[in-house]
Design a protein around this ligand. Structure first.
Ligand code: HEC
Length: 163
């Protein structure tokens, strides 16, 4: 309630600061403009997925299941955004191809995380990585080869579990 009053006071003050006449002038109806929206390119989504994929490993390999679940959730979210925004790539049904990964490899990693099973996590993470590469091959991007991170990354983030 108090913040509402502060906000109202701010708006009133900001309004009072407008030049005389500006407040009484009715805004002329704007002509309908096409909505300009920015749709990131697929490679931009993929760049973020690459980070999430690495972080997923750092979290899962440290048995930080809460963070691993979060990172996997981010990958799923990005894939779902891609399905909506970039449903095809060079006439290929990217959305359907992503669906196969979401319901396949991703669901398997999800189960490993839910079961807090390190061995299963490592195995399903490997399968997910294979799925990344299989799609790169299928889309003519086989030169983009993803692997399990072999060195620690993100020196500004602690991947060990914290409570
Ligand atoms: C359904 C297909 C598909 C899947 C699954 C997929 N990718 Fe991609 N990826 C692509 C395509 C297509 C490109 C090329 C994009 C372009 O050229 O605009 C790409 C490009 C990339 C790039 C290069 C982008 C850059 O700027 O460096 C990276 C990195 C990448 N993917 C990471 C991943 C990772 C990590 C996974 C798995 C978690 C994954 N991808 C899963 C289709 C896929």
């Amino acid at each position: 309630m108090r913040t509402m009053m502060i906000a109202a006071a701010f708006i009133a003050a900001a309004g009072a600061a407008l030049p005389a006449g500006a407040q009484s002038q009715k805004a002329a109806p704007k002509p309908a403009e096409p909505i300009k929206s920015y749709i990131p390119g697929l490679e931009q989504f993929m760049g973020v997925i690459q980070n999430e994929h690495a972080k997923l490993w750092y979290a899962g390999s440290k048995r930080n299941w809460e963070l691993a679940a979060y990172q996997l959730g981010e990958i799923k979210e990005l894939m779902s955004d891609m399905q909506d925004l970039v449903p095809t790539f060079k006439d290929l049904p990217l959305a359907d191809m992503l669906d196969a990964v979401i319901t396949g490899s991703i669901a398997d990693v999800e189960k490993a995380i839910e079961g807090k099973d390190s061995k299963k996590f490592a195995a399903t993470y490997g399968k997910l990585t294979d799925a990344c590469n299989a799609c790169h091959q299928a889309t003519g991007n086989g030169f983009v080869v993803i692997k399990r991170p072999t060195q620690p990354g993100f020196p500004n983030q602690d991947f060990t579990p914290h409570k």
